[in-house]
Design a protein around this ligand. Structure first.
Ligand SMILES: Nc1ncnc2c1ncn2[C@@H]1O[C@H](COP(=O)(O)OP(=O)(O)OP(=O)(O)O)[C@@H](O)[C@H]1O
Ligand SMILES: [Mg+2]
Length: 325
């Protein structure tokens, strides 16, 4: 078996709308090793969530994954039946979302919700499941877990609810956790605590994490490897240190500049000029060309491909790869 837990190749997920085809994910490649954290960054609309929904196969109409392969433990998820995918989801691959209130059911006690996952996927009795639920609540750092297990979601703070979500996602000890902006809705201190918790759990349980965020600071703290997405494509792919030391795509450089610096009193957010193009009116050449300070003639007419510029570091930019002719 390959050393990769997840191997995504040339995945295309398009939305067939009345107005035209939105190529939300358009030929995306990435790999995640066992126990590794892959950060996926990019501005709003770049296709991060659709990428994760494609892996989970939860893309809804009018969207469809029309091409590619998503190999998980060597088997292509795109070839699995609906029933097989249901077994994999929550059991081997689980997901946490931005807003825990939307994923926790308000009418059931938090313990019941964790127990349900365990009874469904792991065939546990109620009693076994309750003990395991309490253990999971303890693992994610919830004080008085024996009491909280009988609380309803609304009785908990946002940070505690997010911990419950993580407990639920990790209850079956999945080998891959997909976290889509898991801390965006939380305040900064709680955000830091949750990220630290995810890092500890990753070390303890060996869970690989696919972490989606628009925040490069979070990537620096969490990821081993990073892909940068723009308009449904991967524009840069590198180990985290390499990305921060040698950002090579002009878009990545732009994102780096927009990280607010703590020692800068002005805390100025130097965001990238211009707007993400409309998905139905994408530029003819490189999608970033209209906003790119380094663009040359060729960028207007030709689309760059991902090319390796250093070991494990790929970038799709004519200027960065010096294909200027
Ligand atoms: N149901 C849908 N119908 C049509 N287009 C869609 C649908 N869902 C997503 N898209 C489009 O797919 C593209 C990628 O969306 P996606 O939600 O993956 O972006 P994102 O990177 O997760 O952004 P954000 O940071 O805002 O969460 C966008 O252009 C979006 O408009
Ligand atoms: Mg999203």
């Amino acid at each position: 078996m390959s050393e990769f837990l997840l191997d995504v190749k040339n995945v295309k997920t398009h939305f067939f709308t009345d107005k035209g085809v939105v190529k939300a994910v358009d030929g995306v490649d990435f790999k995640i090793k066992k126990g590794e954290t892959l950060g996926i960054v990019g501005e709003s609309g770049s296709g991060k969530s659709v990428t994760s929904m494609s892996v989970m196969q939860l893309v809804e109409e009018p969207g469809k994954t029309i091409e590619g392969a998503i190999k998980f433990k060597g088997e292509d998820l795109l070839q699995k039946t609906t029933e097989e995918m249901q077994t994999i989801r929550g059991n081997e691959i689980s997901m946490i979302f931005q807003e825990p209130m939307t994923s926790l059911n308000p009418v059931f006690k938090v313990g019941e919700q964790i127990m349900e996952v365990l009874m469904l996927h792991q065939d546990m009795s109620r009693e076994e499941a309750k003990n395991k639920a309490i253990e999971m609540l303890k693992i994610v750092g919830i004080p008085r877990a024996e009491r909280v297990v009988d609380d309803y979601p609304h009785q908990l703070s946002g940070g505690m609810r997010q911990r419950v979500m993580i407990a639920m996602a990790l209850a079956c000890e999945p080998s891959l956790l997909i976290a889509d902006e898991p801390t965006t809705a939380l305040d900064v201190t709680i955000q830091a605590q949750i990220l630290q918790l995810m890092n500890e759990l990753k070390k303890k349980l060996g869970t690989a994490i696919m972490l989606i965020t628009h925040d490069l600071g979070v990537v620096a703290q969490m990821a081993d490897h990073v892909i940068v997405m723009y308009c449904g494509k991967v524009v840069e792919d590198a180990p985290v240190e390499e990305l921060f030391e040698n950002p090579s795509h002009p878009y990545t450089k732009g994102l780096m500049k927009s990280i607010p610096s703590l020692d800068d009193d002005k805390r100025r957010l130097d965001s990238i000029e211009g707007m993400v193009p409309h998905p139905l009116r994408l530029p003819k050449g490189c999608y970033f060309e209209p906003r790119c300070p380094y663009a040359i003639e060729k960028c207007k007419t030709h689309k760059p491909e991902l090319k390796e510029i250093a070991s494990g570091h790929k970038v799709s930019c004519f200027v960065a790869t010096e294909e200027v002719r």
